[in-house]
Design a protein around this ligand. Sequence first.
Ligand code: DX5
Ligand code: ZN
Length: 216
Amino acid sequence: MNCLSPSILSADFNRLGEQITAAEQAGAQYLHFDVMDGHFVPNISFGMPVLQSLRAQTGMMLDVHLMIEDPVRYIGDVADCGADIITVHAEACTDLNLAVDRIKERDLLAGVALCPATPLTELTYILPRIDMVLIMTVNPGLGGQKLIPYTLEKVRDLKEMIDSRGLKTDIEVDGGINFKTLDAALDAGANIIVAGSAVFEGDVEENTKRLLDRMK
Ligand code: DX5
Ligand code: ZN
C-alpha cells in the first residue's frame, strides 16, 4: 500500500496541532519528523519534547528521520517519546548494525537513509534486517528543494534489489516530492511518500487529499 508521510518541517509551528489534525483527518497514514543537529546537516530543527507532545495528539505512524551524527546515542529517547519508525543515516553511523539492533530491541520499525550520492551497496548486508529504506531525493537539511533526477534511478535499482531478493522492504522518498514529481517517484518503486511543502503550503487538508488521490 502507498502511504503519505507529511513532513512537519514545512508546517506553521504556530498552528502545528491544528495542521496535523487536518492531515490526519484527510487520510495521511504517517507523520514525518525531521530531527537535525547542526552537524550532520547545517540546520537545527526540533527534538524530543515536540515528538512527545505530537505522540499524545496523533494516531498516525510517527516516522522519525534522524539527520544527526552518531544517532545511536538518541534511539532510546526517541523510542521513549513514542516513535513508530526510526530512520538513521548510513553515513552518520559508525556501526549501522548496532543502530539497527537498538531500534529492533525497542520493537520499532527500522529505516536506513541514504543521501543522494551514497551508493546502494551500503545496504547489501543490512537490507534483510530493516523495514524501510529512505532515499533522499534532495540534499538533506532543508525543505522546499528541487528533486535531484538521478535519485529516482537509485529508487528503481533499489526496488529491483529488494524484489530480486524476495524482500518486502518499504521504499520511502524524501525531498522535492510534489504534484509534478509524485508520479515519477511512484513509478520508480517508492511506496512511502514524504511531502513537506506540498502538504503544508496552502490548505493542508485539500493538499493531503489530492496527493493521496494521486497515490491510489
Ligand atoms: C529534508 C527533509 C525533508 C523535508 C522535505 O532534509 O528530510 O523531510 O521536510 O521537504 P519538501 O517535501 O518540501 O522537499
Ligand atoms: Zn526527512
